[in-house]
Design a binder for this molecule. Structure first.
Ligand code: ADP
Ligand code: ADP
Length: 229
């Protein structure tokens, strides 16, 4: 059961060839850690999956939807794929709760009452339910990133993409965010994570994929990956 399929994907930024013949199949429930040097195309790869970046050629299919430039296809895929960034990207003028209910109400037409119930469920799950009425600036970085994860979960996505979610955090806050991601993984979520946290990779990854210069150059189970020279 393949949930995300990338086939012969090519991506250019101007003349710069950012993704070179990327082929990737992600099974439902699979956890993938994407690693490789800075500039190797990791962020570009996951941004292409929800069309934050258009591709030049190739094919991306998410849960049966072919990702074309068609706005309906883009909306469908963005509803199904949650994304968490290095910078938390919360709306500063909105409470934690309102950050979490906005998209479900606007994009999915969920009633306020239902959106709030869902938001409180996921805020509890990331262990931040008691901060729902606060504003992002009143929270630590680790708490803000957990809100960002809860906000993505409120759309009830079939997969979650993480782009260096702990890289902007003070060291003492990295663990609380990784713990949240581990618990999400253990709950069965399909995940693609760009991260340098190799302990996390060892713990949850079904596959570790290594990129260099826009290409997938190695992929393996974590045990084999970390054994290879
Ligand atoms: P520019 O910065 O030159 O305007 P963009 O990065 O905005 O180019 O790309 C516009 C579109 O054209 C994108 O879909 C991109 O993938 C594609 N594209 C850009 N340059 C090339 C190229 N040299 N070869 C193929 N496709 C390209
Ligand atoms: P990584 O996530 O592995 O660090 P990225 O996917 O962010 O790599 O970037 C891959 C390459 O594409 C880098 O050389 C980067 O400078 C370039 N790049 C990324 N985004 C853009 C953009 N919007 N316009 C032009 N070049 C870009």
């Amino acid at each position: 059961d393949i949930l995300i399929r990338m086939k012969h994907v090519e991506k250019y930024y101007g003349a710069y060839h950012a993704l070179r013949d990327v082929n990737l199949q992600v099974r439902r429930g699979e956890k993938i850690v994407l690693c490789g040097p800075s500039g190797s195309g990791k962020s570009t790869l996951i941004r292409c999956i929800n069309h934050l970046e258009p591709i030049h050629s190739g094919r991306i299919v998410v849960d049966g939807t072919v990702l074309t430039d068609n706005p309906a296809a883009i909306d469908t895929v963005r509803r199904e794929v949650g994304m968490v960034f290095q910078q938390f990207n919360l709306f500063p003028h909105m409470t934690v709760l309102d950050n979490c209910t906005l998209a479900p109400m606007r994009v999915r037409g969920v009633s306020r009452a239902d959106a709030e119930a869902t938001a409180r469920k996921y805020l509890d799950r990331v262990r931040i339910g008691n901060q729902a009425e606060k504003y992002p600036a009143q929270l630590s970085g680790g708490q803000q990133q957990r809100v960002a994860i809860a906000r993505a979960l409120c759309m009830e996505p079939v997969a979650m993409l993480f782009d260096e979610p702990t890289s902007a955090l003070d060291p003492e806050m990295v663990k609380e965010v990784l713990d949240t991601m581990v618990s999400l993984a253990q709950g069965g979520m399909t995940m693609i994570c760009v991260t340098h946290e190799m302990g996390f990779a060892r713990q949850v990854a079904d596959r570790v994929i290594f990129m260099a210069e826009g290409q997938i150059i190695e992929e393996n189970e974590p045990e084999a990956f970390f054994r290879s020279p």
